[in-house]
Design a protein around this ligand. Sequence first.
Ligand code: ZN
Ligand code: ZN
Ligand code: FE
Length: 761
Amino acid sequence: MGKVIPEKAIIISVSGAVQGVGFRPFIYKLAQQNQVSGNVKNTNDGVTIFVQGTHDSIQSFLSLLQSEPPPLARIQDVQIQPTTPNGHVGFKIVHSKVSGQKSAIILPDMSTCNDCLNDIANPKNRRYQYPFTNCTNCGPRFSIIQDLPYDRPNTSMGEFTMCRKCQTEYADPENRRFHAQPNACPNCGPQISFIKKDGKLLSEKQDALITVLDQISAGKIIGLKGLGGFQFVCDARNENAVEALRRRKNRPAKPFAIMVKNLEMAKKLCRLSMEEADLITSPEKPIVILKSKNSKTLSSNIAPGNPTLGLMLPYTPLHYLLMDGLGFPIVATSGNLANEPICIDENEALTRLKNIADGFLIHNRPIVRPVDDSVARIMAGKPMIIRRARGFAPLPILHSDCNTSILATGAHLKNTVTITRKHQYFMSQHIGNLETELSALTQNSVSHDFINMYNLDVKSIACDFHPDYQSTTFAKSFDLPINPIQHHVAHIWSVIGEHKLDLPVLGVAWDGTGLGTDNTIWGGEFFRIDHSGWNRIGHWKSFQLPGGDSAVKEPRRSALGLLYSLMGKDAFHLSIIRNAFKNHELNLLKTMFESRTNIHETTSTGRLFDAVSFLSGFNCKTQFEGQAAMDLEFAIDEFESNDAYSIQIRTENKKHVLDWSSMVLSILADIKSEKSRAEISRFFHSALSHVITEVSKLEGLETVCLSGGCFQNKSLLEQSVKELKENNFQPFWNQEIPINDGGISLGQAAVLNQGGQKECV
Ligand code: ZN
Ligand code: ZN
Ligand code: FE
């Protein structure tokens, strides 16, 4: 039979995260299915495919390539060029030595796929119950990579030599473990062991699994070496265990995340919408904040006073084996002390975590860098990533032109850093609050990690406008000019960047704290942002806050400050204030106000929430950031009403000043007449949503960006979005990027990429 020249041939260039994800074997199979011939190879920017065949077979090949890529692949772009058919038969995977691999993309750690789950559940499979089972479609990536290119010797799996069977799978293009760098089995791969808190080995391999199941069932707290770091786990039903964990971790009230065995168990504890079920079962397997059913199964101390629960499903084979053996929900919280980064090394754990854990389940696969669990929630019908780490980092978060390589060092709390390369913005995993030396060191190592892995030549640095932040100090440590970006401007640019919005926009940045360019504390800001710069066109009427950090931890101080700004000294005679402080505290505060010592002018929405939360009867002190605002939000408890407090908008110096005075007086009157907290909270939330719409009407810009920690409040965000839409505005808010200070670094990079925006007046 003579050679038949096919009717058509094309070259397809695919860019994105398409290497090390089983893309070439996938193309190979697709070619067989569609009876096309040709070849596929890795290139600097992705994968190039040559295919020839009939018109129909090529069309079908192309559409499947784009609609059903391998689970871990992230296709950015597909370019197609016609070419001349050569008539060669068969389809080949071409092994090309790629130069300049540093342009490749590092993939996030991904949860165990169903095929691998079947392997570990099958007693006849050689990976039965093996905790490190993985394949090209799942398993560790970011947490094991030491350097690019992504080959086994450049990972923490390098020290394990594949056995013959594993090697055969690795070399077989038809096998789903073809080129799976962390490929391993019980004969050749990492193993678990259980050690006591004094470091003594108690059991290994299968026995270690039995020990950990016994210990958790017996109410012990275990430090579990997971994927991107240690977690503390314990029986979530056991009051004593949960109480002990709170005491030892010095974490009295902040909610703990729960790991459940499967979706079915999640549904017993929480109400899940379709979107929420999709999110919790997604390959990224984030912790998802859900409406709790108040199940009596769980310890009452998991999330005290909180109608939501953070649930996640198992995401490594080890977690699956654990949950399978236990059959009940467990607490799974970061293995760290407050304000410290998550612990990743067993030797370190034995010193840092020994006063918390009763024992440790460890393994001998080194974790290269800390990657915490991610947290997400469905807000206004769409996923919102609140903490971005495992499953997401370090994928480029944004694709748009960058003129130069920028490092943005982020904010003080919930820190992340962002680094740009040509067309990509890489945002680091969640680093945490930069309150301790350890977290400052982590910020440094994470930044250099990104710079080295991606071989970046950083040319300029963006940081917060606050001169004393640790992140600013870090920015100064580079021998480069620094560009301070106002905190709330960065918040809004994180939305503009994420959604690639055209200017001008109206920005609403509502959060706890950020230094304003007038040296007061901002946090309730409206901006008009266009190509000429940013203009603060509105804000709350400012009020006086007694004390710096102490005011953040004590909502009673925000309340006093608000009332003092409203009625002066008379505020000290109100019973609600008198009852909240001791006499000597009141005397001290009075002197502070009179002499204006340590009194800060603020327009912070976060502090306004704190004040109203306190006035309506919640704690005078809080135990974690955002607690007072959360208490107030939860008080609504599905209370519906069309009424709201009124907020006057005045014009001062060409700015809209939102005057809270009559609202606060109404709240005081409502407290006196014993209105319910639900009602007060509802009226307050509605007033805030209304005022956003009112300012939007006054400015008349169609695009409205919402950002800042206050918009983690589901009631506030959803009602504001709804009202803006009803009034024909187009609201945008952060979804992929944290809406809290975790998104600041990206906003800073986006501003600097515009050449840095100037303040217009
Ligand atoms: Zn797999
Ligand atoms: Zn093996
Ligand atoms: Fe902020």
